[in-house]
Write a protein that binds this ligand. Structure first.
Ligand code: NAX
Ligand code: ATP
Ligand code: MG
Length: 373
């Protein structure tokens, strides 16, 4: 049985290999080892659609209109969304700020940041709107004999808030300190137990790529890799190179292999898959590639996916599976809004466009698609 699984897995990777020489050699091996079980497995993986499924351009603006809550005076604070960003260390204070403030600018009611002490005062000084918790610890501040108790305290300081959040964003500006990442693993495990959706970005992806069990089988997890992060994931999970010619198939396979997660592959085109279908968002964005745009995106995915969950739980619309997955809907909405805002910022700021300019355009872009009144 185990040899069947291993063989089938390899075959999917082979289908993605671009070198025909490699493919011929592997096909020979395949015939030698028994192709039947591989073919059956391929059919199970790809279903009736065949090996190459179409990549659909999502109706992103329609989705935004559908999931964005109406401005209702009967709502009270918190009902439009409460998110928390786990990130911010000695090196990085911009990334968690961008993610957290973007969530508020889109329409969430409360946005928290859990970061190290060094980062907290800096992040607070960027904005009085954010609720900043200086609770994370890096190795340099903790003696070896203190680690177990500090671990318990850090995880406890975050998890006591957990039930209040609609979504966590783990990773923007988190850094790669080993003790800090151990604590964040504890936080992710707790969030899973509490069924809280988690968007994994930046250094959170570094953690998860090396500890896939943290998200395996968790359908409320979204991974938002950039070009480097995606490469590392593909190499680790599929044991092959990124294949641009079979980009959609490879993404779908990656989501399935990790198990039930949604992956948002960022780039010139944004590709989003939960292992069932692949959606594409390609509306024009900005040619400026200043750092921080991915952070806006992760905060936006948190808000839109929370809204999509709320919307789907309050209606009984029978839609196809991938369009009834709130995490996929959240990704599509966030992608479109970020790209539209980046285009708008670039139209006025040109080469001087910075991430803060794009954040300033989030409100107007959303208003253009989905007016508040
Ligand atoms: N203003 C800010 O505070 C910003 C902070 N950012 C944060 O910066 C961090 C890194 O994100 P990037 O998008 O640059 O990550 P990438 O993985 O795209 O690139 C980082 C580069 O540095 C290398 N690298 C980083 N840490 C390393 C390590 N410990 N050992 C060896 N090589 C290492 C990587 O291999 C890569 O070449 C994330 O936490 C991210 O959220 C970015 O979001 C950009 C804005
Ligand atoms: N070449 C491009 N053309 C247009 N838009 C792009 C391009 N590359 C990325 N984007 C947009 O920018 C968003 C952020 O992607 P990017 O690759 O910059 O993330 P990142 O490296 O994680 O960013 P950060 O600097 O915040 O860590 C993507 O979702 C996409 O919509
Ligand atoms: Mg990033």
């Amino acid at each position: 049985m185990s040899s069947t699984v291993a063989l089938s897995g390899c075959f999917e990777n082979w289908m993605l290999a671009s070198s025909s020489a490699i493919f011929r050699r592997q096909l020979f091996l395949l015939k030698t080892l028994g192709g039947h079980c591989c073919r059956v497995h391929m059919e199970r993986i790809h279903g009736a659609e065949g090996a190459r499924a179409a990549t659909l351009e999502a109706d992103a603006e329609g989705i935004i209109r559908k999931i964005t809550p109406v401005m209702d005076p009967r709502l009270y604070k918190g009902q439009a969304g409460k998110v928390a960003v786990i990130g911010g260390c000695r090196e990085y204070t911009g990334a968690p700020y961008f993610a957290a403030i973007s969530a508020l600018k889109i329409g969430a009611d409360l946005s928290h940041v859990f970061c190290t002490k060094d980062a907290a005062t800096v992040i607070k000084s960027y904005s009085p709107e954010l609720i900043v918790h200086p609770v994370l610890e890096e190795s340099y501040g903790v003696r070896d004999d203190e680690k177990a108790s500090v671990f318990g305290k850090v995880v406890g300081d975050v998890t006591k808030w957990m039930q209040r959040f609609d979504c966590l964003v783990v990773g923007p500006g988190l850094g790669r300190d080993t003790f800090l990442l151990d604590c964040v693993s504890g936080i992710i495990r707790h969030a899973r137990e509490a069924n809280i959706p988690i968007v994994i970005d930046g250094d959170g992806l570094f953690l998860v790529t090396n500890n896939l069990d943290l998200v395996k089988g968790y359908s409320l997890a979204v991974l938002t890799p950039n070009i480097n992060e995606y490469k590392r994931l593909v190499e680790k999970v599929l044991d092959c190179e990124v294949n641009e010619e079979e980009a959609s198939e490879q993404l779908k396979l990656l989501a399935r292999r990790i198990g039930d997660v949604t992956i948002f592959r960022k780039g010139k085109l944004d590709l989003i898959s939960d292992g069932e279908r692949v959606n594409k968002v390609s509306i024009s964005g900005s040619p400026r590639r200043c750092g921080g745009q991915g952070d806006i995106l992760s905060g936006s995915v948190a808000v839109f996916s929370s809204w999509a969950r709320q919307r789907l739980s309050s209606t009984k619309e029978a839609t196809e599976r991938s369009l009834s997955n709130p995490m996929v809907l959240g990704c599509i909405a966030a992608s479109a809004l970020l790209r539209k805002s980046a285009a708008l910022a670039f139209a006025s700021k040109k080469r001087a466009t910075l991430t803060t300019d794009i954040i300033e355009c989030l409100g107007r872009s959303l208003e253009d698609i989905c007016p508040a009144e």
